[in-house]
Write a protein that binds this ligand. Sequence first.
Ligand code: C5P
Length: 242
Amino acid sequence: MTANPIFCAIDTPDLGVATRLAAQIAEHVGGLKLGLEFFCANGPEGIRQIARASGKDIFLDLKLHDIPNTVAAALQSVIPLKPRYLTLHAIGGLAMMKAAREIAYESADKVSAAPPKLIAVTVLTSFDDADLAQIGVNSATADQAHRLAALAAEAGMDGLVCSAHEAKRLKAEFGHMLRIVPGIRPAAGDTHDQKRVMTPAEALAEGADILVIGRPITKAADPYDAARRIAADIGIRAGAAS
Ligand code: C5P
C-alpha cells in the first residue's frame, strides 16, 4: 500500500478539540503535526493522548533552538513520546544539531524506539530580507536558507522544512534529506494567510516527501471528508500509514 504523506497540522490549545479531530481524520492522514500551540497547553500527556486517540505517527514541531546541552536534554524528555519527526532550528548551529542527533539515537535506544527523523528549519517564512538585516544577517533569505540547509546536511539532519517552490532545487542538492512542505492547498480551497501555495499533487511532483496541511482539513465543515478528498486526489487509499 502506498504510504500516506499527509500530516495534518492540529493547531489548537484545546485538548478535547484536538482529540476529536485526530480520531475523526485518522483514516485519511499519514500522521498529525502538533506544535508549540498544542504542546505549551497540553505538554507530553497531551501528545500521548492524541497518539492514543488516532493511532497515527506524530510530528512534534517544537522548533528547538538553545545551547547544545539544553536541546539535548529537551530531546531526552520527548523521545519517550516516540515522535516520528521532530523539528529544530538550523540556526542553532552545527554543535547543537550534532548534539541533538547523538542524544536522539541514545535515548531512542533506551526506550526501544526508532530515533525520530530530525528536521531542520532554515529561515522562517515570516522573515524577509529586511527582517534578516535587522538581526544582523546581511544575506538574502534564499542564500541564508541555502547556507543553513548545507549546515543541517553536515550535521546529519534527516530533513528540511521548505516551501514546495524550493523542493526541487533542494532535492537536486540534498537528495538524501526529506523535504517537509507546508503551504499546501487543494485546488479549489481558500489560501488563508499562505502566500505561495501549491496543490498536494503539484508539491509531490516537485519533490515533497511530507505534506503539512492544516486549515484546509481542520477548518473544513467536514474535516473527515476534506481529508478523504485530499488523500483520494493523490491516490492514497484509506487506512494507509505514513
Ligand atoms: O493551516 P495551514 O495548512 O496553513 O498550516 C500549516 C502548518 O505549517 C502550520 O502549523 C504552520 O505553523 C506550519 N508552517 C508553515 N510555514 C512554514 C513552516 C511551518 O505554515 N514555513
